[in-house]
Design a protein around this ligand. Structure first.
Ligand SMILES: [Zn+2]
Length: 302
């Protein structure tokens, strides 16, 4: 695949390998309605109350070993949600949650314990990219107070709208005193690779980790493109889709803004047209670990 190699390394220093590894970390699992994962013509409240087909999903996040320091892409869920009956402040949220997700999370699924099991100290995390502010992605921020937490300015603005809790954005677990939040604004680029996207944000300044706006699941959701010589490019898409294959077929999930989701799906597919080996990785996809290993050349190709 010499042609695509040349293409996806355009703009990257060929001999440079700033990233040692990308690891998929598991922070427990859950079940969701089939209609939630694969979409439904029925209204959301119908399947929330009457749906009877539950499908499993892993609660995953990602560790990137960059030479400037360790980077997390999301931080998992806080196991306190299982034991602390006041974790969700609003009664309606406490009522709805078990009807939307059946959570299977224990203390060992907290970010610091998940990292320790891989031989990494939570205190060594330098940066955490937050794909979006849902509770199962920001649940570890209290364990990494030293880390810079990057979130899109659009996502952050949801906190100032009435009742973000209704969207499963739990302010009291986000706006905590120890958290070092930094809102990012996407910057225009003339790189044809990113044509169609509403700007980019280069995390390390070396082109190896590029944030892209991919709204739809929430209005400020972002994805991260990881590029480095010798690997297939990797696109972490958070919850834009629940499985990479669904994005290919325009199969929408049961929640989110349909128009925005379809527009973001199309942008991701156009990016893959330009980077044919692009590995698209969804946070709640069981295939994530295998696909990442393959992209890094650590598993057989297809
Ligand atoms: Zn989400």
């Amino acid at each position: 695949m010499a042609v695509s190699r040349t293409l996806h390394l355009a703009g990257l220093p060929q001999a440079d390998h700033p990233i040692a590894s990308v690891r998929v970390l598991n922070g427990g699992h859950a079940e969701q309605h089939e209609e939630h994962r694969y979409g439904s013509r029925l209204p959301q409240l119908w399947w929330v109350f009457f749906g009877r087909r539950w499908v499993p999903l892993p609660l995953q996040f990602f560790l990137i070993e960059h030479r400037d320091g360790l980077v997390l892409f999301d931080t998992g869920i806080d196991p306190a949600i299982m034991s602390d009956t006041r974790y969700i402040k609003q009664a309606v949220g406490r009522f709805l949650l078990p009807r939307i997700f059946q959570l299977h999370v224990t203390e060992k699924d907290r970010v610091d314990h998940v990292l320790a099991a891989r031989g990494v100290a939570a205190s060594d995390i330098r940066t955490a990219i937050i794909s979006h502010l849902h509770f199962d992605h920001v649940g570890g921020i209290a364990q990494i107070p030293q880390a810079k937490l990057l979130v899109s300015d659009r996502e952050w603005s949801i906190l100032h709208e009435p009742n973000p809790e209704r969207e499963w954005i739990l302010r009291e677990h986000i706006e905590i005193p120890s958290a070092n939040w930094q809102q990012i604004a996407f910057e225009p680029t003339d790189d044809p690779l990113f044509e169609g996207f509403d700007g980019i944000y280069d995390v390390a300044g070396d082109g190896s980790m590029i944030l892209l706006p991919t709204p739809g699941h929430t209005v400020g959701s972002i994805s991260m493109l990881i590029r480095q010589g010798g690997w297939d490019p990797i696109l972490l898409v958070g919850d834009l889709t629940y499985e990479a294959g669904l994005l290919d077929q325009d199969i929408l999930p049961g929640t989110g803004d349909k128009g925005m989701l379809l527009a973001s799906f199309a942008k991701v597919r156009r990016l893959r047209d330009r980077l044919p080996d692009l590995a698209v990785i969804a946070s709640h996809d069981f295939a994530a670990e295998k696909t990442v290993a393959r992209a890094m050349g650590r598993a057989s190709k297809r």
